[in-house]
Design a protein around this ligand. Structure first.
Ligand SMILES: Cc1cc2nc3c(=O)[nH]c(=O)nc-3n(C[C@H](O)[C@H](O)[C@H](O)COP(=O)(O)OP(=O)(O)OC[C@H]3O[C@@H](n4cnc5c(N)ncnc54)[C@H](O)[C@@H]3O)c2cc1C
Length: 456
């Protein structure tokens, strides 16, 4: 095998060329410094390229705290404070984004900048900008070794690319590999025994490499390792096409009733679909059965344009991909079909009727889990049911970092010149969410700025 040494003068090396890595690299180049992105796949973009392209963020600290009471407040506030300046910087580069009014997120207002016309075009733009500014990308590569000096500072990395091993002297290493949503062992460890059923909604290359490398150097894992951002999607035998995840996402589950195989409710469905997705992975076979009536279906299940035109109907589309679905004229018949699918009949009938009694007659003794909002009884036929499972988009636990995006050890001391950004860092959201692209944007720029300072 060939072994060559790249003749670069100590560039800042970035592992991963998705949202966070490309932002960090572009900022470094723009500041006149040198960076190299090592990308495991043959293309840039990662999950960013598959995303809906809404770069959004809460508008103030209190909204962040309201939705993320258990998140890392210091980093959450840093995110909010740096969001608009980071957006302004992106706009100053000529980035194809535009300010849009987004729907409230769990009753909170938010800033939203939409990648236009889509995230694929944005990926192309930011990749070209990075290259135009003199950045370098090495594709199909993986880091094989990190060498530190006697002060435990990283000074060289070794990468394997095709049949070559290359050594690169580096002034800092920025981890931006996107988290561990496609690592079966880590998912089993943190999300429990049904985690192998998770549909991977994000890119397939994020297998926790940043986390593994940093922990091998003594890094500490953040809180919220058992937390992820995902959505409910049709369960097998349905097969959701990987390029059409959004069309099959059951965003409206928060208006419906969810039962598990025992026929029991297991969560307050009204919190949000993301929370229902996390709760479903803890149920037998990672399955939940979403039940709704015609009123809910027409009001929340079908997405329409302002002029009334149907934009998306995930229930109808799920039938086309062989999901377990049914539409019945009575609750009795609905329960019979559920029973045919393996859901306990008596319990499911009792729980649907109890749920209605609670919502209509305010009879709290009819249910075991109260509901905070979205009081929609299952009352108007026809009645619908669909078998769902969880799609994982992004892990929310990861490396513990400080306000400079430096990776911390278990004594909360920065590990010299090692940084972590985007999905590789954890704890900002904890069993809650607040946008994924904004993390890469804000902390990508912060890590880059600090790595430059360190270089000098
Ligand atoms: C369907 C979908 C819709 C979404 N919609 C939105 C949205 O509208 N708004 C929003 O805010 N967020 C959205 N997200 C989430 C958002 O895309 C992610 O949070 C964001 O892309 C994470 O950025 P990142 O840089 O950490 O990871 P990524 O963008 O995934 O980039 C990680 C990169 O690292 C590479 N990599 C992995 N391992 C290695 C390694 N060992 N060495 C080198 N490279 C490696 C990967 O190949 C990848 O290119 C969506 C995600 C999906 C999947």
């Amino acid at each position: 095998m060939n072994h060559s040494i790249l003749q670069k003068q100590n560039p800042i090396v970035i592992l991963g060329g998705g949202m966070a890595g490309l932002i960090a690299g572009t900022y470094i180049q723009q500041q006149g410094e040198k960076s190299i992105i090592i990308e495991k796949s043959s293309k840039t973009g990662g999950s960013m390229k598959m995303s809906g392209g809404s770069i959004w963020c809460f508008k103030n600290h209190s909204d962040y705290k309201k939705i993320n009471p258990h998140g890392n407040t210091m980093l959450g506030e840093k995110l909010i404070d740096n969001f608009l300046p980071s957006i302004e910087w992106l706009i100053s580069l000529g980035a194809p984004i535009k300010n849009v009014t987004a729907a409230l997120y769990r009753e909170t207002d938010r800033h939203c900048y939409q990648m236009t016309p889509n995230s694929e075009y944005f990926t192309q733009f930011i990749t070209e900008k990075f290259l135009e500014l003199g950045g370098e990308i090495i594709f199909n590569s993986n880091i094989t070794q990190i060498k530190c000096n006697s002060n435990k500072l990283i000074e060289e990395i070794e990468i394997k690319t095709n049949s070559q091993i290359k050594s690169i002297n580096c002034s800092s290493l920025i981890l931006a590999t996107g988290g561990f949503h496609n690592n079966p062992t880590l998912k089993n460890e943190h999300f429990g025994k049904w985690s192998d059923k998770l549909i991977v909604r994000g890119n397939l290359y994020s297998t926790g490499d940043g986390l593994k490398l940093a922990t091998s150097l003594g890094a500490k894992k953040s809180k919220s390792m058992d937390s992820f951002y995902g959505h409910l999607m049709p369960a097998p035998p349905a097969e959701v096409p990987r390029n059409r995840f959004s069309e099959f996402t059951m965003y409206h589950s928060e208006h419906c009733l969810l039962l598990n195989e025992d026929g029991n409710r297991f969560t307050d469905e009204s919190i949000c679909d993301e929370s229902n997705a996390e709760a479903t992975i803890q149920q037998n076979n990672a399955i939940s059965y979403m039940i709704f009536d015609d009123k809910i279906y027409k009001k929340y299940g079908i997405k329409k344009s302002i002029s009334g035109e149907i934009i998306n109907d995930p229930f109808k589309k799920s039938i086309e991909i062989n999901a377990l679905t049914t539409k019945e004229n009575s609750i009795q018949k609905l329960v019979e079909t559920l029973s045919y699918w393996g859901v306990k009949k008596e319990a499911s009938l009792k729980n649907i009727l109890g749920y209605n009694d609670y919502l209509i007659n305010k009879n709290t003794s009819s249910i075991s889990i109260p509901r905070a909002k979205n009081f929609n009884p299952i009352g108007t036929p026809p009645y619908y049911a669909i078998a769902l499972t969880t799609g994982i988009t992004l892990t929310l636990g990861g490396l513990e970092t400080n306000e400079n995006a430096q990776v911390l050890n278990d004594k909360n001391i920065p590990i010299g010149n090692l940084y972590s950004i985007g999905g590789d860092s954890g704890g900002i959201y904890n069993h809650s969410y607040g946008g994924g692209l904004c993390l890469g944007l804000v902390f990508g720029k912060i890590a880059a700025g600090n790595a430059i300072k360190y270089h000098h």
